[in-house]
Design a protein around this ligand. Structure first.
Ligand SMILES: Nc1nc2c(ncn2[C@@H]2O[C@H](COP(=O)(O)OP(=O)(O)OP(=O)(O)O)[C@@H](O)[C@H]2O)c(=O)[nH]1
Ligand SMILES: [Mg+2]
Length: 316
């Protein structure tokens, strides 16, 4: 298929071509890489006002159920919604994709929605180069809202935060993870914190909301909102959507979203550049030769050995 066919199909929201385009950007074949880069660059030319939302939280907290509830609410309003879920081969999620799919039953069948698992070559948490490229394909296809589900473990939040506009963290009163996520500094990067599963214990959920709000006052970095929710019953989804939309519109009017996206693009390029350079080094004869030497050597003076190699490297 020619590049122009891809673009035409994506712009017409042809689901088959969108799937093919995403597979192209996910391809690790050398011959596909150039075409994929050109396609994504062309897609990036279509500026978009879609809302990019990251959903994170510990395994089992209800992320997929929440996305099904929010997504169903959005498609009812005829807002086209794309969902990217993390990959089953991720070492962290350990195969949650099957659960993700069954929890998104309605969305998987709805013509206003598109559910897509993220690609296989995952870095930690499943967020990788392809996730960002997949977003640009969905935006070219005219999706209004892009939701990314990730797991609430370590680096994945930082990664997903670097490709989205709004970060939403789900928690629940039962699992006592509040201290854990405050410790990890997640409160600082959250825009919204949702206390889910309030149908299980409303009083405990309300106390957790109160506790989080108090902790937010201590941080005082910027305004963040805490909502109660029962994803399974669809409670408070409309309030949460109003909050998300208001924040997005406010920041868009101020030009904040646009400037964050520009910074994200620069950082993304820097990261890719670093990775490519590292890959080139790894593939080089010098590196391979030295690694062989290192493995064969009875290392009595490892520091001197390393110093010799580093001094011998010419990276200028
Ligand atoms: N009672 C109750 N159960 C819920 C609610 N939301 C989700 N659940 C249940 O919690 C379990 C896990 O839900 P998921 O949506 O798969 O959670 P997840 O965070 O996506 O899980 P992973 O993708 O595996 O990390 C399921 O049994 C859901 O039915 C809720 O609001 N109330
Ligand atoms: Mg899930």
């Amino acid at each position: 298929m020619e590049l122009s066919d891809y673009l035409k199909g994506i712009k017409n929201n042809n689901r088959y071509i969108i799937a093919k385009a995403i597979s192209l950007v996910e391809s690790t074949l050398k011959k596909d890489k150039k075409k994929a880069s050109e396609l994504v660059d062309r897609c990036l030319n279509f500026s978009s006002k879609s809302i990019r939302i990251a959903i994170s939280g510990n395994p089992g907290v209800g992320k997929s159920t929440f996305i099904e509830a929010l997504g169903s609410y959005l498609v009812d309003k005829k807002l086209r919604t794309a969902i990217i879920t993390i990959d089953p081969s991720s070492t962290i999620s350990g195969g949650s994709i099957l659960a993700d799919k069954t929890r998104m039953n309605n969305l998987s069948k709805n013509k206003y929605a598109y559910v897509r698992p993220a690609a296989n070559d995952c870095e930690l948490g499943g967020i990788n180069k392809n996730t960002r490229d997949t977003i640009s394909i969905f935006e070219t296809a005219g999706y209004d809202v892009i939701i990314i589900e990730t797991v609430g473990v370590g680096q994945s939040e930082i990664d997903v935060h670097s490709i989205t506009d709004i970060f939403l963290y789900l928690t629940q009163s039962e699992n006592g993870d509040i201290l854990q996520f405050i410790k990890k500094g997640i409160l600082e990067i959250c825009d919204f914190i949702i206390v889910n599963k309030i149908d299980l214990d409303l009083e405990k959920s309300k106390s957790l909301k109160f506790l989080i709000e108090n902790n937010l006052k201590l941080i005082k970095s910027r305004s963040q909102s805490v909502f109660l929710c029962s994803a399974i019953k669809g409670n408070y989804i409309d309030d949460i959507w109003s909050g998300l939309k208001d924040l997005f519109e406010k920041n868009w009017k101020k030009g904040k979203i646009q400037s964050i996206r520009e910074k994200q693009n620069i950082n993304w390029c820097k990261q890719r550049l670093k990775k490519q350079i590292f890959k080139k080094i790894e593939d080089s004869c010098t590196y391979k030769k030295n690694i062989k030497k290192l493995e064969n050597k009875n290392l009595k003076n490892p520091n001197t050995f390393l110093l010799e190699i580093i001094e011998g490297l010419k990276l200028n």
